[in-house]
Design a protein around this ligand. Sequence first.
Ligand code: UDP
Ligand code: MG
Length: 192
Amino acid sequence: FLPRLIAALEQVDKTYIMVKPDGVQRGLVGEIISRFEKKGFKLIGLKLFQCSKELAEEHYKDLNQKPFFPKMINYITSGPVVSMAWEGIGVVPSARKLIGATDPLQAEPGTIRGDLAVQRGRNVIHGSDSPENGEREIVLATLLLTRKHQRATSEVLQSEQNPYLDHKTTALWFKEGELCEWTPIQQPWLIE
Ligand code: UDP
Ligand code: MG
């Protein structure tokens, strides 16, 4: 069972998508989920969730020197978010395209931000910027790691720097057991 699961997981990328508190407050959750569903990606995790300051700071730690960082952390923690994991071949860059540019005024019409928002500080949605961050943002449990990442993990475990032993970086938004492996009935009509 385990090798089969790992082999299946290895084929596809995962991205962490989050409807930010403004999207939840404005009633855009259904609209946003619908865009990813209609595109043909597979939903493997979904929850309404109040994000802590610690989690928000860890999630956005690459930006912690930016002047907008404190305001952005307040924004992300100002109400519940909808956390989602989506799976599919090429899902990470494709989701970024569906989402549109960071600044909604620059985002193309037809994108989520281009259609539904006007300010960077209220841009309704997050999407992972790389497959590695997709994995990091979803869950870094051994079971859910691809072989590539397992190799990387074992190398890291033997090295001095060991981010995987740092509790905060091992599982950001989902816990093991919160994701579902399933086969949508439409799959043969989406993927040849
Ligand atoms: N952000 C902001 N002001 C800025 C740049 C970014 O408030 O000048 C916020 C915005 O909500 C953005 C988030 O910080 O979505 C993360 O920034 P990033 O550059 O990673 O943009 P994203 O990947 O979300 O498009
Ligand atoms: Mg980003």
